[in-house]
Design a protein around this ligand. Structure first.
Ligand SMILES: Cc1cc2nc3c(=O)[nH]c(=O)nc-3n(C[C@H](O)[C@H](O)[C@H](O)COP(=O)(O)OP(=O)(O)OC[C@H]3O[C@@H](n4cnc5c(N)ncnc54)[C@H](O)[C@@H]3O)c2cc1C
Length: 362
């Protein structure tokens, strides 16, 4: 391997967060390098139609949207490299970053490696994404207006997705493998109070059924206590069994909370000076293309300021406590319950061993 390349700012991740950070840093004259990963475009590229990104009123494919941000970043001088980071040494500055073909020494790093929704792990699931299988009601719920949908999972996320879908779908069936939910009481009570939500426990989705056009048309369910099987017709299956943030390489160096990189409450600074985090890898709450892009912008600005002025506040794990405590109070918001509640410390999908990973999302 050749000698390391020296760069002021290295961005890891080629989703909306990483490309937007590259755009801003490029425009600021930092000539950043963005290692986009072999899965360039990020999660968004798995979406056939994105209708909720501002400035794109007619919608476009996720791949097209990602590519447009990428091209804009390159237009401002960012170098985008299709490669995977396979090793980092953040124990000293400049930080050392190793990819499959190259190595870099960077004064500052933006981590924008995203997260991946957990899948059910059933045959045909991958090919049915965007054809009936969805992982985010906020993203894809509107495509199922007036139709019957199934939501799978047993935590706050699944119940929240059910409540959200009940506002647009004609009927929601919530399928969970256990008889009890692992959700906050307030969320469970809200879900159970909605007539349009039918709760099926203890059931699992055993098989995904597709029509001749390759769209999801139903699922085969199994009752775990009786063993009985039945087929449910449905146009949409929302898988809500958690997310896996891609923190593995950075976890030994950065504070991680509930699987996500901890950032300052007021900036994208992490617990380690010179390292910034943006997008879903640091966001357990919103997980949208626009919020990822927005935090990519913030990370580039934060990194530029730190490189120029050395100004640093840094992230602390502590602020999470009062925030979580406030959420446990009576003012828990049901406006976006799946998000407000999912991140309650009581329902940490990463650290709670009782988390239901097998009930039916990566
Ligand atoms: C099927 C689906 C549909 C969606 N639809 C919508 C929608 O309609 N609207 C909406 O707003 N949001 C939608 N979302 C959510 C949205 O896609 C995410 O919130 C957004 O993509 C997060 O952006 P990100 O840049 O933080 O991470 P990601 O998009 O996850 O990108 C992470 C990037 O990091 C790279 N990476 C990871 N590890 C490494 C490594 N070791 N080395 C180099 N690179 C690495 C990956 O290759 C990837 O390019 C959808 C998500 C899914 C899964």
């Amino acid at each position: 391997m050749s000698a390391p390349e020296i760069v002021p700012l290295l961005i890891v991740g080629g989703g909306p967060a990483g490309y937007t950070a590259a755009l801003y840093a490029g425009r600021a004259g930092l000539t950043p390098i963005c290692i986009e990963g072999f899965d360039s475009g990020g999660q968004l590229s798995r979406s056939f139609l994105v209708e909720n990104f501002p400035g794109v009123p007619d919608g476009t494919s996720g791949a097209d949207l990602s590519n447009r941000i990428r091209e804009q970043a390159i237009g401002f001088g960012a170098r985008v490299v299709m490669d995977d980071v396979v090793g980092v040494d953040l124990s000293r500055r400049p930080f050392r970053v190793v990819t499959t073909s190259h190595s870099y020494l960077a004064d500052a790093i933006v981590v924008a490696t995203g997260s991946v929704p957990r899948p059910l792990g059933l045959p045909r699931e991958e090919e049915l994404i965007g054809r009936g299988i969805a992982y985010c009601a906020l993203c894809d719920g509107a495509f199922f207006a007036g139709q019957e949908v199934i939501v799978v999972g047993g935590g706050n996320a699944a119940l929240g997705e059910s409540i959200q879908m009940a506002r647009v779908a004609s009927r929601v069936t919530l399928v969970h493998r256990r008889s009890e939910f692992r959700a906050d009481d307030v969320v469970e009570v809200a879900a159970r109070a909605i007539a349009g939500i039918e709760i099926l426990t203890p059931h699992v989705v055993e098989e995904l059924l597709a029509d001749d056009d390759g769209n999801l048309c139903g699922v085969r369910l199994r009752n775990l206590s009786t063993g009985e099987r039945c087929v449910r017709e449905t146009a949409g299956l929302f898988v809500a069994i958690g997310h896996e943030p891609a923190t593995g390489l950075f976890a030994p160096y950065l504070a991680i909370s509930r699987g996500h990189i901890v950032t300052s409450l007021t900036s994208t600074e992490t617990s380690l000076e010179g390292v910034f985090a943006a997008g879903d890898v640091a966001d357990s709450r919103y997980r949208q293309a626009v919020t990822a892009a927005a935090s990519g912008c913030q990370a580039a600005i934060d990194a530029e300021r730190w490189l120029v002025t050395g100004d640093w506040v840094g992230a602390s794990v502590e602020p999470a406590v009062p925030v979580a405590a406030r959420r446990r109070g009576p003012s828990v918001s049901l406006l976006i319950p799946e998000q407000a509640a999912e991140h309650s410390p009581m329902t940490d999908p990463v650290h709670d061993p009782a988390h239901d990973r097998t009930s039916s999302h990566p």
